[in-house]
Write a protein that binds this ligand. Structure first.
Ligand SMILES: Nc1nc2c(ncn2[C@@H]2O[C@H](COP(=O)(O)OP(=O)(O)OP(=O)(O)O)[C@@H](O)[C@H]2O)c(=O)[nH]1
Ligand SMILES: [Mg+2]
Length: 240
């Protein structure tokens, strides 16, 4: 957790017992964010010409499952490359590679989000010129990734039906910053008692006007709208 902004406060304060710790904490956090924003801007330049997604959600809501299906559904049409962050294991990169996408795993150790520099280093292992879409699957967390620009065009936020409808109200920052929201696991919505109307109402309040796709990464229900959204944004990126 040492690189999460809020946790950085805690750890720096713990060390700074002999000075004006408050001022120094702000300085450290600010310089980290300024540095990150600078690297994110150069990522954006380096990634030019391809659509770049930053996919965020709580652990287990189906980021990798959605991406596996997206890669398979777009095979032969759009070439996706994936950078994926987790605290440990290369499981997700292996799944995504098996689905057909070149994939790079970042093991963040104790850090609960990806930073622009981590992504820049990971992308060196991809043949960027061969990709139409670069996807960054962030570490599963509804809080930490919010502040960190990675150089993406679109921030994709997932909410799964198993998490409860109130998550957009409890974790508004991440939903507020979304460019698109995917509600996943609609195949089991009924059995887990998911109140769809309530969820859409809460999402609409926190992220008004943001497009929402309701899908099942498992069965494929609802995927067409999501895929069309990607196609359209890919075209817009090329025009720009
Ligand atoms: N029923 C159902 N299960 C799903 C769906 N999508 C994903 N799952 C299951 O949910 C679990 C977690 O899916 P992942 O794709 O690993 O979730 P994730 O968000 O990538 O998880 P982290 O990377 O650990 O944050 C797995 O058991 C998936 O099979 C879905 O649409 N319906
Ligand atoms: Mg995953």
């Amino acid at each position: 957790m040492a690189n999460d902004p809020s946790m950085r406060d805690v750890s720096v304060q713990g060390l700074g017992t002999s000075g004006p710790s408050g001022a120094r904490v702000v300085q450290v956090q600010k310089s980290l964010m300024v540095h990150n924003d600078g690297v994110a801007a150069s990522n954006r330049e380096a990634f030019a010409g391809r659509l770049v997604l930053n996919v965020v959600s709580s652990p287990g809501s189906g980021k990798t499952a959605l991406l596996e299906r997206t890669v398979r559904d777009l095979e032969g049409e759009l070439k996706l490359g994936i950078v994926v962050g987790d605290l440990e294991t290369a499981n997700d990169a292996e799944r995504l590679f098996a689905a057909g996408a070149p994939s790079v795993q970042i093991a963040t150790g104790t850090v609960c989000h990806l930073e622009a520099e981590m992504v820049a280093r990971a992308v060196e292992q991809l043949d960027l010129a061969a990709l139409d879409v670069l996807v960054i699957e962030n570490v599963g967390n509804l809080v930490c990734p919010a502040a960190w620009d990675l150089g993406e065009d679109l921030r994709v936020v997932l909410l799964s039906t198993t998490e409860g409808e109130d998550k957009p109200l409890k974790y508004p920052r991440i939903f507020k910053d979304a460019d698109v929201i995917v509600v996943n696991k609609v195949d089991i919505a009924e059995v887990v008692g998911f109140d769809r109307a309530k969820a859409l109402d809460f999402l609409g309040r926190v992220a008004p006007g943001v497009p929402i796709f309701e899908v099942s990464a498992r069965t494929g229900v609802g995927m067409e709208g999501w895929l069309d959204f990607l196609r359209e944004h890919r075209r817009a990126k090329l025009r720009a």
